[in-house]
Design a protein around this ligand. Sequence first.
Ligand SMILES: C[S@@+](CC[C@H](N)C(=O)[O-])C[C@H]1O[C@@H](n2cnc3c(N)ncnc32)[C@H](O)[C@@H]1O
Length: 276
Amino acid sequence: MYVYLHTKSSEHMTIGNFELNNIYNIDCVEGMKLLPDNCIDLVITSPPYDDLRDYNGYKFDYQKIANQLYRVIKEGGIVVWIVGDKIKNGNKSLTSFKQALFFQEIGFNVHDVMIYQKKNTPFMRLNAYTNCYEFMFIFAKGKPNTFNPLKTKTVRNGVEKLVANKKSDGINKKVVGELKKEKTLTNIWDYAVGLGGSTNDKIAFEHTAIFPEKLANDHIMSWTNENDIVFDPMSGSGTTCKMAKINNRKFLGMEISKEYTELSIKRLKLLEHQLF
Ligand SMILES: C[S@@+](CC[C@H](N)C(=O)[O-])C[C@H]1O[C@@H](n2cnc3c(N)ncnc32)[C@H](O)[C@@H]1O
């Protein structure tokens, strides 16, 4: 197990065997065994999708990972599990569904099934529509502790006759009222991907399967408050950890590949230079 990032002593905090605000090169199943129960506020992670990409043959056991996540997440904590399906011989694997059902079986509430839509996607198919999304399963251990809904501006504004007092008889009374200036986002979020979309960090693309920084940012803002602990057990290029740091959350990353761990540490060091 290696620690790569050495934080300032004032930020020196630990959970279990781990220093917070750090990324460790370790199999997350083994790593999570070294964490106490109920210590994490939010997990944002994306597992390897079927065998779409070869992560140097590292093993991936989603059931063991799910069980450990259930133990380490706090009551009211959230796991954001971002996953897509492989298509083999015209047949979608539905691994995403199998994983979601397993999370539900072991006690998580499936709080929401959100969509991560890619604005620009290269995955064309000749006999089907272009796939442009992945699932973002929102698993909650009990009732979520925090929900800070992200808002968007409404298209129309001003004064209008609005429906009010709708009764069971179906009769609507209309009153003049001010249209709301903003509304809560829907559960389909779209992001540009690639350089300038997912991130401006060229170094991050040494990893083959990153998710957009803004996606991690939006979940962090929705499900946590400042100083909460954000964990990515399969941290890849370090996207979740980077966005946790920017938003003044504590973070912990685990990554089985030494190469990716080193890459993510370099990325966080670049951020430190940009921030200070
Ligand atoms: C889809 S990528 C995550 C990318 C990340 N979200 C980002 O934005 O860079 C999945 C990562 O899981 C790692 N991984 C696979 N099995 C693991 C395990 N058992 N423990 C820790 N990391 C693992 C892979 O090496 C890979 O980097």
